[in-house]
Ligand binder design. Structure first.
Ligand code: PGA
Ligand code: ZN
Length: 433
């Protein structure tokens, strides 16, 4: 049959940090080929699928020989002869064969590359773009992007404690317009850094390297950049922060903000961020507390979750059960969906479906280590996630995704609908009207 898997190949390629990563290729008997590359995180949650690395001296231990060998050996033997359209079956076969809960044996980097490659091959066999293959004729929205202006945390030598200082333009009428506004803010941010003698290059996801004296200083600079761009903060442009608080907690439940020379317990940490929410036009907060601090996440949700999007990344790790458990504890109102955190397309989709069933928002996300692979632009659109996070507005591994979204918008033609404010959970969306 045309959609029968004829071959699965794995190879080592390189990511945006110059580290090895896994590329997988799935070839079908009908001649169609699908390809995908595993991304890699730097601020990773303990509950994520395992990114299998070789260890040892070579490439600083980051080699992926074992993961590529798993693709070419065990995984290929498992999948050849199967129908590529049975994504759930392919993913289940890999997770069953792995035998661990976190894909530690075959490697989440091996399984995610193959899983996405198979999905791309299935779309290629049908001769349609991936977003359309996933949409299956349903009406889907072009996602609302959140885009980084300053990059800190684990992506910038911990120069700031807060990891991502981003903007969102939910009132733009198209993604094209959202990009144009963001480009203005990004340029203004660079000019501000230059004028204040702080221009020091780019962080891992392409944002300006954050030469600030405090975390609040960075927030103030972001607000100033929006003003300098000529767009209106809190009207056209809102602030979104990824605190990535997991990186601030060394496991003892205390949060250390090195730049501010401050240390907080969970309650004080929640209040630290709540204070920023009161004083800045902040529309979205990710990981204000660490991966096991569900009580802190619930406290943040009680304080400002009716007006502000509260995204779980390291705390939810693209896991449907963790999403449902958080919702049961009234913690959070949005999930970050990183396919490689889950390890397979099916598991990631299950987390997204769980969040939608709860009335939550969903943000399909890249990692800090990325490549030219643009699959996530298609997932965010075809799954009708509503939002997408890719990093900043520079560096081609980021721009490739933004540019792909422009192509998708064009291909949809008159049917293209920008998610805008509809991308948020109901109470947050209501505040924007
Ligand atoms: P990571 O960070 O890809 O380095 O884990 C991205 C994020 O925290 O959202
Ligand atoms: Zn995050």
């Amino acid at each position: 049959m045309k959609t029968t898997i004829a071959a699965v190949r794995g190879r080592q390629v390189w990511d945006s940090r110059g580290r090895p990563t896994v590329e997988a290729e799935v070839a079908l008997e009908g001649g169609a080929i699908g390809r995908a590359i595993a991304p890699a995180g730097a601020s990773r949650g303990a509950h994520e699928a395992i990114d299998l690395r070789d260890g040892g001296a070579r490439f600083g231990g980051m080699g992926v020989d074992r993961a590529t060998a798993a693709v070419n050996g065990e995984i290929a033997r498992l999948l050849v002869g199967r129908d590529v359209r049975d994504q759930a079956g392919l993913d289940q076969a890999m997770t069953d064969a792995d035998g661990s809960a976190n894909l530690a044996r075959l490697g989440g980097n091996a399984t995610v590359a193959v899983s996405l490659a198979a999905l791309n091959a299935a779309a290629a066999a049908e001769g349609v773009p991936l977003w359309a293959y996933l949409a299956q004729g349903r009406k889907v929205r072009i996602p609302l992007p959140e885009i980084q202006i300053f990059g800190g945390g684990a992506h910038a030598g911990r120069r700031t404690d807060v990891q991502d200082f981003m903007v969102m333009c939910p009132r733009a009428s198209t993604i094209r317009e959202a990009f144009e506004i963001t480009a203005d803010v990004f340029r203004a941010g660079g000019r501000l850094m230059e004028e204040t003698g702080r221009l020091a290059g780019a962080a891992d996801e392409g944002g300006w390297w954050p030469m600030f004296d405090s975390n609040e200083d960075a927030l103030a600079a972001l607000l100033k950049s929006i003003e300098m761009s000529g767009h209106r903060p809190g009207e056209d442009v809102f602030i979104s922060l990824d605190v990535a608080a997991n990186e601030l907690d060394s496991g003892d439940g205390r949060y250390r903000m090195g730049l501010d020379r401050a240390e907080y317990g969970s309650e004080a940490m929640v209040e630290r961020v709540a204070d920023w929410v009161r004083r800045y036009p902040i529309l979205s907060i990710e990981d204000p507390v660490s991966q096991d601090d569900l009580a802190g996440f619930a406290a943040a949700t009680r304080q400002y979750g009716d007006k502000v999007q509260l995204i779980g990344d390291d705390i939810l790790v693209t896991n449907a059960e963790r999403v449902r458990a958080a919702a049961a504890a009234s913690a959070g109102n949005a999930v970050l969906v990183k396919v490689n955190q889950a390890g397979t397309v099916s598991r990631a989709k299950a987390a997204l479906d769980a969040s939608k069933a709860l009335g939550w928002a969903a943000i399909v996300s890249a990692r800090s280590g990325e490549t030219e692979d643009v699959s996530i632009a298609h997932l965010a659109t075809g799954w009708d996630a509503g939002q997408i996070k890719v990093g900043s507005f520079s560096r081609s591994e980021r721009m490739a995704k933004w540019n792909e979204l422009l192509r998708i918008e064009e291909a949809m033609g008159a049917d293209a609908v920008f998610a805008g404010a509809s991308a948020f959970a109901a109470s947050v969306a209501a505040g924007l009207r």
